[in-house]
Design a protein around this ligand. Structure first.
Ligand code: COA
Length: 179
C-alpha cells in the first residue's frame, strides 16, 4: 500500500452529525497503540501487534499521511479510517486502486459511528479524486465489517482464500464526476 497520490492534505476537519474526521495529532498516540494492540480489533486482521513494540516504534504523531483520518467523538479519538492505494495486490482487480480500511475501538462499535465516518470519508474522496473506484477487503467471518461494507455501497467482486481465511473483495463503483 502507498499513499493516495496528489491530493491536497490535510483537508479542513470534516464534521458529520456526531463526529469529526481530522488529521492524527500527538495526543492520539496512546489511542493508536490501544487500537493496534487490541486482540478484539484484530480478530479478523491477522492478530494485534505487541504493545511494547508499538510503544517503541510508533512516531510521536502517528499515521500522518494523506488518506489517514482520525475519527473523533467529543474531542477523543475512537477510530481510524485509511484510504490507501494498493500498489501490489495478490488480486489483479485491486492493483492500483484505492482501498478503504477502518478500525474502531470496541467500545465505539454498535452506534453507527463507523458507517457515519466512512460515508463522510468517501464523500471527501469523491470530491478530491472524482470518478475513482474504491475497493475493500475483509474476511467474510467479520460480520460487522461485511455489514458495514454493504451499507457503504460496496458490492462483491470476488471471494478468495488468503491469510488462512476466506476474504471478500468489494468494489464501490465511481460516481460519475459532475461538471
Ligand atoms: C468493522 C467495524 C468498524 C464495524 O463497527 P460497527 O459499529 O459495527 O459499524 P457501524 O458503524 O456500521 O454500526 C452498526 C451498528 O450500530 C448500530 N447503531 C446504533 N445506533 C446507530 C445509529 N444512530 N445509526 C446507525 N447505526 C446505529 C446498528 O444497529 C449496528 O448495530 P448491530 O451491528 O449490533 O446491529 C468494527 O467492528 C471494527 O472496528 N472492527 C475491527 C476492525 C476491522 O475488523 N476492520 C475491518 C477490516 S478493514
Amino acid at each position: 500500500m502507498t499513499e493516495l497520490g496528489p491530493v491536497a492534505w490535510p483537508p479542513a476537519p470534516i464534521r458529520t452529525q456526531r463526529l469529526l474526521l481530522r488529521e492524527p495529532e500527538a495526543r492520539d498516540r496512546a489511542t493508536f497503540i490501544r487500537l493496534l494492540a487490541s486482540p478484539e480489533v484484530h480478530t479478523y486482521l491477522g492478530g494485534p501487534r505487541p504493545r511494547d513494540e508499538l510503544e517503541r516504534e510508533m512516531p510521536g504523531v502517528p499515521a500522518r499521511w494523506p488518506g489517514s483520518f482520525v475519527v473523533d467523538l467529543d474531542g477523543a479519538m475512537i477510530g481510524q479510517i485509511l484510504l490507501r492505494r494498493a500498489t501490489e495486490h495478490r488480486r489483479p482487480a485491486v492493483a492500483g486502486k484505492v482501498d478503504l480500511g477502518y478500525l474502531f475501538l470496541p467500545r465505539a462499535w454498535g452506534h453507527g459511528y463507523a458507517a457515519e465516518a466512512c460515508a463522510a470519508a468517501l464523500d471527501w474522496f469523491d470530491g478530491v479524486l472524482p470518478g475513482e473506484p474504491v475497493v475493500l477487503t475483509t474476511q467474510t467471518a467479520n460480520v460487522r465489517s461485511m455489514r458495514l461494507a454493504a451499507k457503504l455501497g460496496f458490492t462483491e467482486i470476488e471471494r478468495f482464500q488468503a491469510w488462512d481465511a476466506e476474504q471478500w473483495l468489494g468494489l464501490r463503483s465511481p460516481i460519475p464526476p459532475s461538471d
